[in-house]
Ligand binder design. Structure first.
Ligand SMILES: [Cu+2]
Length: 196
């Protein structure tokens, strides 16, 4: 197969330089291989080039006053670990105000073997009886459906390196028990939330 490059050159002059270069490039390659794919590639390259040469838009993004809303919610953190412990036995939060609670798991173990959650019970709920039912509720992350009415707030179950944040409001001052309902954990992983 022979190509008269000069003849073709005449034909392609008058096209934008970008196309000329692409076409020349394609013709050369065509001698060795089929040109279709290469033509396509050249066109794509040409388009990219065009984009790069575009002037940046002079349109100013709509300027808006930024309003920084200060997060005044009360924040509380509780940590858990691979030794089946919470780092706090007592938490204090204000009554009637939004509380943002974060449970973190600083260990490495998977949630299937050392999972933890934070479950806050209504006053008057018998913790041990609740925990024993909860331990069987693996399908609902150890929150038994029939006991949901006894739970004021709860996180999901977290494993090592994970955390979960919840928000709740307690409208009555007093002491509330919390626990981890992962099977076998409640005896150690429990404490009191003081609302005042
Ligand atoms: Cu636990």
């Amino acid at each position: 197969m022979l190509y008269d490059i000069n003849h073709k050159k005449e034909k392609i002059e008058g096209l934008p330089l970008c196309f000329q270069n692409s076409i020349k490039f394609s013709m050369m390659k065509n001698i060795l291989k089929g040109a279709t794919l290469l033509m396509l590639m050249s066109v794509v390259a040409c388009k990219d080039n065009t984009k790069a040469n575009e002037q940046p838009s002079t349109e100013e993004p709509q300027h808006q006053e930024e309003t920084v809303i200060e997060d005044t919610r009360f924040k509380v953190e509780i940590e858990s670990n691979d030794q089946m412990q919470f780092d706090k036995k007592e938490l204090k939060v204000p009554v009637g105000e939004p509380v943002v609670l974060t449970l973190t798991h600083s260990g490495k173990m998977d949630k299937s073997v050392m999972g933890h959650n934070f479950v806050l019970l209504k006053q008057g709920v018998e913790l041990q009886a609740f925990a024993e039912k909860a331990a069987l509720a693996a399908d609902t992350e150890y929150i038994p459906v029939e006991e949901e009415g006894n739970v004021l707030a709860h996180t999901k179950v977290v494993g090592g390196g994970e955390s979960d944040t919840i928000e709740f409001v307690i409208t009555e001052a007093g002491k509330y028990e919390f626990l981890c309902t992962f099977p076998g954990h409640y005896a150690i992983m429990r404490g009191v939330l003081i609302v005042e």
